[in-house]
Write a protein that binds this ligand. Structure first.
Ligand code: ATP
Ligand code: MN
Length: 480
């Protein structure tokens, strides 16, 4: 290798040796005679200091060393005389690989707002904050696969294009090659989807679960980790139109086993970040602290980022049933004082995010697993409990986030499942492939879905889901 990455160099400084590094200029400061260049190559949050004498390289070259420019630098590694870094490089050779016009480069060496950076999402990865977020994102992806692989789960790729619309998890994006101005019509004047590419209506998947169940009933324990799409017109800080979801599905697991696995999994991810992303987390924690200094006390989180992560890692999650949760909410101060936008008055209503936040942040003060929801507000495949009113569902609520996981024990009884499908007006005809699992060798099984970006919000402490995915897709926004 003809160059060394900055992380490697900082981890094992080769003082006295001559090395080549390549990266992008964060800043250049100094005097007429000597320049101090902060170079970053993305391998770590830390910059490497390059000392460059103007005389050695000429003013023409030095002038081109501006924020955003790409450099290759060769020089001796020496102990740094300045504070703030252990080593630096005495520049002997500098090649400007790519110039960056300081008049035009949008990212100046100053603090930019997250809103501004969202408009520049193609360049924001060059900032310290987004570099940290994307490195953590990688670590979390890796940790997801490691967790399941270590436990003997098999990763399954479920389809992204699907003709199944029964999952009901959200509004779907239609996929078609028909001419929108002039689609073929049936005799009664409707669009004739039989003429479309798949000879039927096709959509982007909202969840890989149903296909995941097919694999679980053969491979035992599986997980999917793929993109999912929801055309929900909810412009919130927690919803994306394209997001990544992890969906494990396990044969012979009931709801309790399912909840245990989910709790272990979330703790594992948090612990993995604490153990492997220290520098990036420390930076984000400091950033959050600085941001919060200007906020009124009631808008600041009670715990710091690192305290929140350790709180999740080190405490058992709370459990409560939907029925208990509704009682807690009914009798809560904000409900009595009519502070909720959606007052909680009767059993059976769906919980809103304000309710979820109250439960987790004010009442339990730690993650909580809410189980056994009314069957009418949950999906058809969730197992009906003996009370015939509730289903074996679970949502996991996290501080600052609300729902992070949704899951259930699946209805394994053919007769109950088909009667539930009737209640939901789901045509059996299209679902024969799914019903075959119940027809042939059905068994108790369970699974859940973790929204990867919601987890990223929790781990990074960012507060807008648009800032934890490189290219966010939201209503009215599909740039880059
Ligand atoms: P919510 O009520 O918050 O919209 P949901 O009930 O629609 O969530 P599920 O269908 O159970 O969510 O999806 C499983 C998980 O996927 C959720 O717990 C959440 O973490 C994540 N998720 C759902 N919708 C979105 C979205 N639009 N953007 C990002 N993550 C999402
Ligand atoms: Mn939703």
């Amino acid at each position: 290798m003809e160059y060394i990455r900055i992380k490697e160099l900082l981890d094992q400084p080769k003082t006295g040796e001559t090395v080549t590094v390549k990266g992008w200029v964060k800043t250049r400061r100094g005097s007429k005679q000597v320049n101090f260049i902060a170079l970053n190559d993305g391998s770590t949050i830390h910059n490497l200091q390059i000392v460059a004498e103007t005389e050695k390289f000429g003013e023409e070259v030095i002038k081109k060393i501006t924020t955003g420019a790409c450099l290759s630098v060769t020089g001796e590694v020496v102990e740094s005389k300045g504070s703030g870094q252990a080593i630096e490089i005495l520049g002997e050779k500098i090649a400007v690989l790519g110039e960056s016009d300081p008049e035009k480069f949008p990212l100046q060496p100053k603090k930019h707002s997250l809103e501004f950076l969202r408009e520049k999402a193609h360049l924001r990865v060059r900032t310290t904050t987004f570099g940290a977020i994307y490195r953590i994102r990688h670590a979390m992806i890796f940790a997801v696969h490691k967790f399941f692989n270590d436990r003997g789960f098999f990763n399954v790729h479920t389809p992204i294009l699907t003709s199944s619309d029964a999952e009901g998890a959200g509004e779907m994006f239609r996929v078609t090659t028909l001419d929108p101005k002039n689609p073929p019509l049936t005799e009664d004047g409707k669009v004739d989807w039989r003429e479309d590419f798949f000879e039927k209506q096709a959509n982007l998947t909202v969840s890989g679960q149903l296909e995941g169940e097919l694999s679980a009933l053969a491979l035992g324990n599986i997980y999917t980790f793929g993109p999912t799409f929801r055309a929900e017109n909810s412009n919130t800080t927690r919803h994306l139109a394209e997001f990544w979801m992890i969906e494990p599905e396990m044969a012979f697991h009931d709801l309790k086993d399912n909840a245990e696995l989910a709790e272990d999994f979330l703790k594992y991810l948090v612990n993995y970040a604490l153990e492997n992303c220290e520098d990036d987390l420390n930076f984000l924690a400091k950033r959050e602290e600085d941001e919060n200094k200007n906020k009124p006390a009631n808008e600041r989180p009670a715990l710091s980022l690192l305290e929140r992560l350790k709180m999740v890692r080190d405490n058992d999650f709370a459990f409560c049933t939907y029925t208990e949760a509704i009682d807690i909410l009914k009798n809560s101060k904000p409900n009595k004082k009519k502070k909720f936008n959606y007052p909680v008055d009767e059993w059976g209503v769906d919980m809103q995010s304000e309710h979820e936040k109250y439960l987790v942040e004010k009442h339990f003060k730690k993650p909580v697993i809410v189980t056994d929801y009314p069957k009418d507000i949950k999906a058809f495949y969730m197992r009906v409990n003996d009370d015939n009113k509730t289903v074996a569902a679970m949502d996991i609520l996290f501080p600052g986030i609300g729902e992070i996981v949704g899951g259930s024990q699946r209805e394994e009884r053919m007769d109950v499942l088909t009667s539930r499908m009737k209640e939901f007006n789901i045509e059996e005809e299209h679902m024969q492939w799914y019903l075959d699992t119940r027809r042939f060798g059905s068994c108790v099984h369970s699974g859940f879905g973790l929204g990867f970006e919601r987890m990223m919000l929790f781990v990074t402490g960012m507060t807008n889901i648009r800032d934890v995915i490189p290219f966010p897709r939201t209503p009215g926004n599909c740039e880059f």
